[in-house]
Ligand binder design. Structure first.
Ligand code: URA
Length: 430
């Protein structure tokens, strides 16, 4: 048996005692873990030491580069146009990728959106798009390249070849309480984004009750860490810190989120979804060399919608086909007249998940028509008995648990008690 260059127990002790790992140690660690020499229990101990004691900027960069080196790197340089991507840390009702990708692509920029499926209360872009009859999430690298060249945008599943070390480490973190470490989140997200080969990247880093990080200071630290990693690796990277205390838009689910996205592409849709789509599109196009792009006009004049239709068709979908509708609905009405004071993102996300819109285990299927349609938002005036949200599910037995998670999640009170929340786009970093 070949002699190993390092002893993993030494590396664990180093991080346990707040020391620093060298580039050679990190390269070896990720390689040895990927080939199965370093055991899961050893990697778990190390992940916990990193969660508790952190990592230096150099260590985070080395970890990211080592995870990139564990797999393939995509190359879009032959496209002859700039590539720009967006990544969101995820939230409730976050369907922004759907209108954003065709909007940005309609300016002649290539938008390779490698996306994921939902787990728990945060939805996944691929699950939403799979409500469109015929739409296909899996594309070969060649199909992806051809579609970017011919149509300009693509949303598809990330192939298993990108950063396989991250895949193994992320699955381990998920079951060892070590997901929330900023060095591990930042290197996990950025290893996949850098390996994807985009020229520029805009990060939508959420804060608030429905986000990964509730606290804006932690979101800022995560955003800055990822922006540094991207720029150090030659990917022009910026981040917007955005508010996820309230669900985004009115639709939470899958098919209903597609419906809402199409409304935005048709020049309508909820104001917050439009605002964030335009803010991210402007930022993406600024990085791609078009700082003066009139993104609002491209929604109004149908250019973005044309690109959407072409992208959906290119992936086997029928953009004109009816979307699935749930077998059962139940509507909740205002118990009094007044103003909507609160609507907390997390419990609404959990309720949609319990209705069948999300999955508890990676292998579960989602019910595309399940979800919640909000009929009012915080700040709206309502009268007693007015419908305020509708729950949809294929099995009525799901309503009770969903309604249970919504207890205390929203409030109607006097107009004088209404306090407007933080702005939707709170800060720009980078
Ligand atoms: N998403 C990822 O890809 N990795 C993380 O660590 C967290 C969210």
């Amino acid at each position: 048996m070949a002699t190993e260059a390092h002893d993993v127990v030494d590396l664990i002790r180093t991080k346990r005692d707040r020391g620093t790992l060298s580039t050679a140690q990190i390269d070896w660690l990720i390689d040895a873990y990927t080939r199965g020499y370093v055991a899961d229990e050893q990697m778990s101990a190390l992940a916990m030491a990193i969660l508790l004691n952190g990592m230096s900027r150099d260590e985070i960069r080395d970890l990211t580069l080592a995870m990139i080196a564990s797999g393939e790197r995509m190359d879009f340089s032959g496209l002859g146009k700039p590539t720009v991507d967006k990544h969101s840390t995820g939230g409730v009702g976050d369907k922004i990728t759907l209108p954003l990708m065709p909007l940005v692509a309609s300016f002649g920029v290539a938008v390779p959106q490698l996306s994921g499926r939902g787990l728990g209360h945060t939805g996944g872009t691929l699950d939403k798009l799979e409500s469109i009859p015929g739409w296909r999430a899996s594309l070969s690298n060649e199909e992806m390249f051809d579609q970017l060249r011919d149509v300009g945008g693509v949303i598809c599943a990330a192939g298993s070849g990108l950063a396989p070390a991250d895949k193994k480490l992320y699955a381990l973190r998920d079951i060892t309480g070590t997901v929330e470490a900023i060095p591990l989140i930042a290197s996990s997200i950025m290893s996949k984004k850098i390996a994807e080969g985009t020229d520029s990247l805009v990060l939508d880093v959420k804060f608030g009750s429905g986000a990964f990080m509730q606290d804006i200071a932690r979101s800022r630290e995560l955003a800055q860490t990822m922006v540094d990693l991207g720029n150090d690796a030659g990917v022009r990277t910026t981040a917007l810190l955005t508010n996820m205390n309230v669900p985004l838009g009115l639709a939470i689910g899958n098919a209903n989120e597609v419906r809402e996205s199409v409304e935005v592409l048709a020049g309508g849709g909820p104001a917050d979804v439009v605002e964030l789509t335009l803010a991210l599109a402007s930022e993406m196009l600024r990085l791609a060399g078009q700082p003066d792009a009139d993104v609002a006009e491209a929604l109004r004049d149908g250019r973005a919608m044309d690109t959407w239709n072409r992208v959906i068709r290119a992936q086997g979908g029928d953009p004109t086909a009816p979307l699935p509708v749930a077998r059962e609905t139940t509507t909740v009405s205002a118990p009094r007249s007044g103003v909507v004071l609160r609507q907390d993102a997390l419990p609404f996300g959990i309720a949609a998940w319990r209705l069948g819109a999300g999955r508890a285990r990676a292998q579960d299927a989602v019910q595309h028509a399940a979800g919640i349609d909000l009929l009012v938002k915080p700040g709206d005036t309502v009268v007693e008995g007015q419908p305020i949200f509708t729950l949809s599910a294929d099995e009525p037995s799901r309503f009770a648990r969903a309604l249970e998670s919504l207890e205390g999640a929203w409030e109607i009170g006097d107009a004088s008690d209404y306090v407007a929340g933080d702005p939707l786009v709170a800060e720009r970093i980078g």
